[in-house]
Design a protein around this ligand. Structure first.
Ligand code: ASP
Length: 584
C-alpha cells in the first residue's frame, strides 16, 4: 500500500497513529538537528520531520531530497510544538521512521506553490507542473463539481445524455470550421462540430424529448480571454416545449448549480428578463452586467441645434452618470478619454458635465450650451450634486458599445463589480436577422434554425428585417453564459429561412437537405439552449479567463506549446490524404 492517508487529511485527533503518506516534496528545510519536509498532494500539505535520532537510512534519504521528488514516508503522527493555523494539517507533523524515494525530479522551471514565479508561456509549456499548484487544482475540482451538478440536475429532470459525432459536415453558416481530411474519401473533408445543433434537433425528431450532452465544440475564430478554439458546452434540447418551459427548466438548473457548487441560495424569485432592444438602449450591449445601475440615457434630442458640430453630426448621443465623481481630476478624465478612444472601443472622444457642490453643472462644452441646456441633460440622466456625466456621440451602435465599455470601466473603478455578487438575467427577443453590408445579405443572428416569434411569423414573409427571434441568452455579471432558442419545426418555414439567407432551394437542399427531409417526417415543436461550461467555471470561480479552468488549454495564438501543436505532418501522411501544402 503506497499510502494510508492523503497529505490533507490528518488532524490533532490522529496523534499517535502510524501512517504512510506519498506525494511530492514541496520544500525541505534543514536546520541541522532537524529536517522538515513539506509533502504535497492534491489534498494538501503535511509536515514530515527527520530528527537526529532518526534511522541512518532515513537521514541519508532526507539529505538527497530536492523539490518535486516523489516520496513515500511512514511514521507516527504527533502534535506540533509550533502550530501553523494557515493549513488544515497545521496542528500535526509526522516523525518519519521510513523514507523511500519513489522518483527523482529535475529542478522545476518555476515554483509550484499558491503563487508561482513562472510567466504564462513557461507555465503553459510545463502545464503538468502548473496543474500541481493548488489554485489550478481547485479550479479543476470546481469544473468537476459543476459537471456533476449539471448531470445530477438534468438526470433528475429526465434528460438523457446522448453522444453525437465529432466528424460531421462543414456548413457555410456560423463561424469558421476546423476541417479534417478523409483518407478514404480523397479530396473530401469532415468538419469538427461548432455545436451539435443539427444532431440535437434530429434527436428531437427521433423522439428523445429531453437530451443533453457535456460536449466539446470547435470554432476556428480569433481568440480572446474567454475564447478557446475548442471549448465545452452543456448542450440541451427539449421537445414539446415553449420558451417559458425552457427558461423555467434552466433557471432551476442555474439555481441548482449555485447551490451545489458555491453554496449560494438564489431564492425562489424568477430571474429578471429584458428584451434585446432594451438591453442595447439601457446598457449598450446584449450581455449587461446588472450588478450595478449607471444605465445609459439618450440625449440626442436634447443636444441638437446648438452649433456644436460633434453633436449635430452624430446620429446618437448618450450618457452615463458616475455618482460622486464630480471631483475627478483632469488626469482621470484624460485617462477615460484615452480609454474610449482605444481602437477596439473606437469613440472619437468624451464630453463631461460635472455637477458642483452648488448644484450648478459645468461642462467641457460650455461654449455651446447654456446652463439651462446642461440642467436639462442632468435632469434626463438623474445627475445631481457631486455627479459626473460622461457623454459619447457618434454612430449609434458604436457609441452604445463605447458607453457599455465605459460603464463597465467606471463600475470597476468604483468597486461596483463585486465577484461574490451574482446578478443573472435573461435577454430575450433578439432580432432574428442581421444585415451584413459587405456581402449584402442577411445572416441569422443566432443560427438558421431559430424560429421567429409566433406573432412575427407573418412579418417573416413580408419584412424579415423587423422580425424578432424566439431566442434567449442567459447572462450573469456581464458574461453570456448560454443561449438558445425555440426552433423552426416546419419545413416550409425552414425553407423560407434559407431563402431569406440567400440560399437557392438547390443550395439549401445540398447543405441542409437532411434537416429539411427530417422536418417532413413529423418534427415535434422543440427548443433548447447551450451553455459554455468553461465560462460557467470562470464566473463561479470569480475570474475572467476560462483558461485557468481547462486542464490543457491553447495559448492566444491557438497553440498548444507543450505538444507544439499545430505542427507539420510527414510527406507520407499528406500523400495518403491526397493533400499538398502550398508554401507561402
Ligand atoms: N447551438 C447553439 C450555440 O452553440 C445553442 C443553441 O441554440 O442551443 O450557440
Amino acid at each position: 500500500m503506497y499510502r494510508t492517508h492523503t497529505c490533507g487529511e490528518l488532524r490533532a485527533a490522529d496523534t499517535g497513529k502510524t501512517v504512510t503518506l506519498a506525494g511530492w516534496v514541496q520544500k525541505v528545510r534543514n536546520l541541522g538537528a532537524m529536517t522538515f519536509i513539506d509533502l504535497r498532494d492534491r489534498y494538501g500539505i503535511t509536515q514530515l520531520v527527520v530528527e537526529e535520532d532518526s534511522a541512518a537510512d532515513v537521514r541519508t534519504a532526507a539529505e538527497q531530497l530536492g523539490r518535486e521528488f516523489v516520496v513515500q514516508a511512514s511514521g507516527a503522527v504527533r502534535e506540533r510544538s509550533s502550530k501553523n493555523a494557515k493549513i488544515p494539517t497545521g496542528d500535526i507533523e509526522i516523525k518519519i521512521m521510513e523514507l523511500r524515494i519513489l522518483n527523482h525530479a529535475g529542478t522545476p522551471p518555476f515554483t509550484i506553490e499558491e503563487q508561482s514565479d513562472g510567466g504564462d508561456e513557461l507555465r503553459m509549456r510545463y502545464r503538468y507542473l502548473d496543474l500541481r499548484r493548488p489554485p489550478l487544482q481547485r479550479n479543476i475540482a470546481l469544473r468537476h463539481r459543476l459537471a456533476q451538478s449539471v448531470r445530477e440536475f438534468l438526470d433528475g429532470e429526465g434528460f438523457l445524455e446522448i453522444e453525437t459525432p465529432f466528424l460531421i459536415k462543414s456548413t457555410p453558416e456560423g463561424a469558421r470550421d476546423f476541417v479534417v481530411p478523409s483518407r478514404m474519401n480523397p479530396g473530401e473533408f469532415y468538419a469538427l462540430p461548432q455545436s451539435p445543433q443539427q444532431q440535437k434537433q434530429l434527436l428531437m425528431v427521433a423522439g428523445y424529448d429531453r437530451y443533453f450532452q457535456i460536449v466539446r465544440c470547435f470554432r476556428d475564430e480569433d481568440l480572446r480571454a474567454d475564447r478557446q478554439p475548442e471549448f465545452t458546452q452543456i448542450d440541451c434540447e427539449m421537445a414539446f416545449v415553449e420558451r417559458e418551459d425552457v427558461l423555467r427548466t434552466f433557471e432551476s438548473m442555474a439555481k441548482h448549480i449555485f447551490r451545489s457548487v458555491r453554496g449560494i441560495d438564489m431564492g425562489e424569485v424568477a430571474f429578471p428578463r429584458i428584451t434585446w432592444h432594451e438591453a442595447m438602449a439601457r446598457y449598450g450591449c446584449d450581455k449587461p452586467d446588472v450588478r450595478f445601475g449607471m444605465e445609459i440615457d439618450e440625449l440626442t434630442d436634447l443636444v441638437r441645434g446648438a452649433d456644436f458640430p460633434v453633436f449635430d453630426a452624430a446620429d446618437y448621443v448618450g450618457a452615463i452618470v458616475a455618482e460622486g465623481c464630480a471631483g475627478y481630476t483632469r488626469k482621470q478624465i484624460d485617462e477615460l478619454t484615452e480609454f474610449v478612444r482605444r481602437p477596439q472601443i473606437g469613440a472619437s472622444g468624451l464630453v463631461w458635465v460635472r455637477v458642483g457642490e452648488d448644484g450648478a453643472p459645468k461642462s467641457s462644452v460650455d461654449k455651446f450650451y447654456s446652463p439651462e441646456h446642461l440642467a436639462a441633460w442632468c435632469e434626463r440622466c438623474g445627475a445631481t450634486t457631486g455627479d459626473l456625466m460622461l457623454i459619447i456621440a457618434g454612430e449609434r451602435r458604436r457609441s452604445l458599445n463605447a458607453l457599455c465599455e465605459l460603464r463597465l470601466e467606471m463600475g470597476e473603478r468604483l468597486g461596483l463589480r463585486d465577484r461574490n455578487v451574482f446578478a443573472p438575467l435573461w435577454v430575450v427577443d433578439f432580432p432574428l436577422l442581421e444585415w451584413d453590408e459587405q456581402s449584402g445579405r442577411f445572416f441569422a443572428m443566432h443560427h438558421p434554425f431559430t424560429s421567429p416569434r409566433a406573432e412575427d411569423v407573418e412579418l417573416f414573409f413580408t419584412d424579415p428585417a423587423r422580425v424578432c427571434a424566439n431566442a434567449y441568452d442567459f447572462v450573469i455579471n456581464g458574461v453570456e453564459l448560454g443561449g438558445g432558442s425555440i426552433r423552426i419545426h416546419d419545413s416550409a418555414l425552414q425553407a423560407r429561412m434559407f431563402e431569406v439567407l440567400g440560399f437557392t432551394p438547390q443550395e439549401a437542399q445540398a447543405q441542409f437537405g437532411f434537416m429539411l427531409d427530417a422536418f417532413r417526417y413529423g418534427a415535434p415543436p422543440h427548443g433548447g439552449i447551450a451553455y459554455g461550461l468553461d465560462r460557467w467555471c470562470a464566473v463561479l470561480g470569480g475570474v475572467d479567463s476560462i483558461r485557468d479552468f481547462i486542464a490543457f488549454p491553447k495559448n492566444n495564438s491557438g497553440r498548444d506549446t507543450m505538444l507544439d501543436a499545430p505542427s507539420a505532418v510527414a510527406q507520407g501522411q499528406l500523400d495518403e490524404l491526397g493533400l499538398s501544402v502550398i508554401e507561402n
